[in-house]
Write a protein of this length. Structure first.
Lengths: 273, 269
């Protein structure tokens, strides 16, 4: 290509470029907005997805509160369980988010997104935090149900804001895990199978249902490398005031989200070929 | 003058299958250029290489002097792309679909609303902008996609089989708008189509591709004149490849793209 480059015509004048960080923030904002618009047009999914976490609280929570089989110290079991169910509902939303990207690939939407001036990492981060928006909407429903059931949650606005941030970060990681699997599996049915295979192990190998202290040694090891454990710890600390190391929780959640974005960004191009 | 699109020595293989074979051609600014050929000719692969969807293996492509190899992000800002499939977000309204792409192309906030209004007017969808896109007909979806592609005021509009799966009225509507926009905005248009009569009517020049290679290049009238008295572009294709477009399509498994587009149309409702 030896010819001299032409100056851009006047009509290109508004093709301003943003800094990388500015582009990332703008794209995350755009994808979150689109997710909110979709939710506004169809709220039925919020209701149907809320059924399972509500059942966990109402049936599992109230039953095990009476059995008193799980030692939770001074905290009633229902209170102990509520943050775990919030994390679980966010996990379930996020872990199947890759199906949406495969659907977008099949529908040709992904192809169009990939030819916009959006770096792959920004596209994945946008999608990841859009999953977070959906998870936050889910979490709000669970928090309201838990409050109605008498769970002694905090109503401190800063702590509640912290809860939303934690849910967003957790959802960002698990949706990136799902997007990465989508980039490898390439088909919806395969992703569904893998998603179903890993969801419950992730849930059970965390402190969502029971304290880590009562787990066998091998399960303790797995729960310590499971980001869901740190998400639940942070949620429990923020909502109930139980002791936790917020720096470790935040570090693990931010680190996993960044690693997830990098991994998914490397794999998402496979869907377009 | 620098070409709008400059393709040199372009080759691309999927495994052992050579989809594009040493392709070289230049498209001039303001030109309406048609890439013609049967399924499997390499048209879509060529377009996916020039819009940065596929990484270059051999050769180079420059859009207004910018190599897609080294200036991918800038090239994307210059291109408006309408893919073969009907591909809009059915859970958003028509207007939201266009606003989404305005944001993705960084159309300045102060101009965004006016720009979205302008392109919706251009494709005659302003009256239906508040309806969910899932309720649109196939022709309306295509026009909405044109609006998405134009909201960035692209220097190069790339249309990959934009009328596959549409009825004749919708096809006519799409082409009329493309022709009008090209006239009004002095855009370069690169399109692929199965409908040779449409290419004949719309394009300043066409390139015939077959089995990944360029077989003929020129103005439709010149190509037809060279093929014989009263020749059509179909005759030109047969003259250069030894088979008809339908025969070549059948060889490659028929109208896969048409079926895929119809499936998408059904999904969108």
């Amino acid at each position: 290509m030896s010819e001299p480059r032409v100056e851009p015509p006047a009509v290109w004048a508004d093709r301003q470029t943003r800094s990388r960080a500015g582009l990332l923030v703008a794209r995350i904002g755009t994808f979150c907005l689109v997710e909110l618009q979709k939710l506004r047009h169809d709220r039925s999914e919020l209701v149907t997805r809320a059924v399972q976490p509500v059942l966990w609280l109402v049936i599992f929570g109230t039953t095990f509160s009476r059995v008193r089989a799980i030692p939770t110290g001074d905290i009633p079991y229902l209170d102990f369980l509520a943050p775990g169910v919030i994390a679980q509902s966010a996990l379930f939303v996020a872990i199947f988010y890759g199906i949406q990207i495969i659907w977008e690939r099949d529908a040709g939407v992904l192809t169009k997104l990939l030819v916009t001036p959006t770096p792959r990492a920004a596209l994945v981060a946008g999608k990841a935090f859009a999953a977070g928006v959906r998870s936050v909407a889910q979490a709000v429903i669970v928090i309201v149900v838990a409050a109605v059931m008498g769970v002694a949650l905090t109503w401190n606005p800063l702590r509640l804001l912290g809860v939303l941030v934690v849910v967003m970060l957790g959802a960002a990681f698990f949706s990136c895990l799902s997007l990465s699997i989508a980039g490898v599996a390439l088909r919806r049915d395969r992703l569904m199978g893998i998603g179903q295979a890993i969801t419950m192990p992730l849930f059970f190998a965390s402190n969502a249902l029971y304290p880590i202290e009562m787990m066998p040694g091998w399960l303790k090891v797995i729960s310590h490398v499971n980001p869901l454990t740190y998400e639940v710890s942070a949620l429990r600390g923020l909502l109930l005031g139980t002791p936790t190391n917020y720096w470790v929780d935040a570090g693990v959640l931010v680190g996993s989200a960044v690693a997830g974005i990098v991994c998914a960004a490397a794999l998402i191009g496979r869907l377009a070929r | 003058m620098t070409s709008a699109v400059d393709i040199r020595g372009l080759s691309y293989s999927f495994g052992s299958h050579r989809a594009v074979d040493d392709l070289a051609l230049a498209i001039e600014p303001g030109e309406c250029f048609g890439l013609l050929g049967p399924n499997g000719a390499g048209k879509t692969t060529t377009i996916r290489l020039l819009n940065t969807l596929l990484p270059l293996q051999a050769g180079d492509v420059a859009i207004f002097g910018r190599s897609v190899r080294t200036h991918a992000m800038l090239v994307r800002r210059l291109i408006g792309y309408v893919p073969q499939q009907l591909s809009i977000e059915g859970d958003l309204t028509g207007r939201e679909n266009v606003e989404w792409f305005a944001r993705l192309f960084d159309v300045p906030r102060r101009e965004r609303n006016a720009r979205v209004d302008e392109v919706l007017d251009m494709v005659n969808l302003r009256g239906d902008q508040s309806r969910l896109a899932s309720t649109y007909s196939g022709g309306m979806v295509r026009r909405l996609e044109l609006a998405q592609a134009l909201v960035n005021r692209p220097a190069l509009l790339v249309l990959d089989e934009p009328t596959v799966g549409l009825d004749p009225v919708a096809r006519d509507s799409v082409w009329r708008r493309v022709a009008q926009m090209q006239r009004d905005h002095d855009m370069t248009v690169l399109l692929t189509t199965h409908y040779l009569e449409e290419a004949d009517a719309l394009c300043d020049r066409v390139a015939l591709m077959h089995k990944g290679a360029l077989r003929a290049l020129g103005a439709p009238d010149d190509l037809k004149a060279a093929a014989g008295v009263h020749a059509t572009l179909e005759d030109v294709f047969r003259h250069h490849t030894g088979e008809t477009l339908d025969e070549a399509d059948a060889e490659k498994g028929g109208l896969r793209g048409v079926r895929a587009t119809r499936r998408t149309a059904r999904r969108l409702g």
